[in-house]
Design a protein around this ligand. Structure first.
Ligand code: AMP
Length: 115
């Protein structure tokens, strides 16, 4: 089990966040420094360090990240316009918080994605 980060405290509601959704596997809340008009983080409730640490035991939670992303995009009304899902892993991707999370970005044309 990875060491806890501030995301675990958000999941347990020990520190404030704008939580949009929570179930037994994942929690979704608005990013504190949005990089697009809509920027939501969907995090596994288990403190998995990076995508390198996932195992078959995590497949239900990993799948839930996608179904919750689609549900939120539909509920918030931007599913038809479209959106981008990003998971950063380690230094070269710029991962800052070492608790597995998916970025859900939308609300404007995001342009082509280049490295
Ligand atoms: P990453 O670079 O993929 O690790 O992304 C971490 C994200 O967490 C960044 O977009 C931060 O703005 C966001 N973040 C950091 N602290 C908080 C917080 N307390 N509440 C919401 N989002 C946060």
């Amino acid at each position: 089990m990875a060491e806890e980060t501030l995301f675990s405290k958000i999941i347990r509601r020990e520190i404030p966040a704008d939580i949009l959704y929570q179930d037994n596997l994942v929690t979704a809340f608005r990013d504190i420094k949005p990089k697009a008009p809509i920027h939501i983080l969907i995090v596994t409730n288990l403190p998995i360090h990076t995508i390198n640490d996932v195992t078959a035991e995590h497949e239900a939670a990993l799948g839930r990240l996608f179904t919750v992303a689609a549900k939120i995009a539909c509920q918030e009304g931007f599913s038809e316009e479209g959106y981008r899902l990003i998971v950063n892993c380690n230094r070269h991707a710029g991962q800052e918080v070492f608790h597995l999370h998916m970025h859900l970005l939308g609300g404007k044309p995001l342009g082509q994605f280049f490295c």
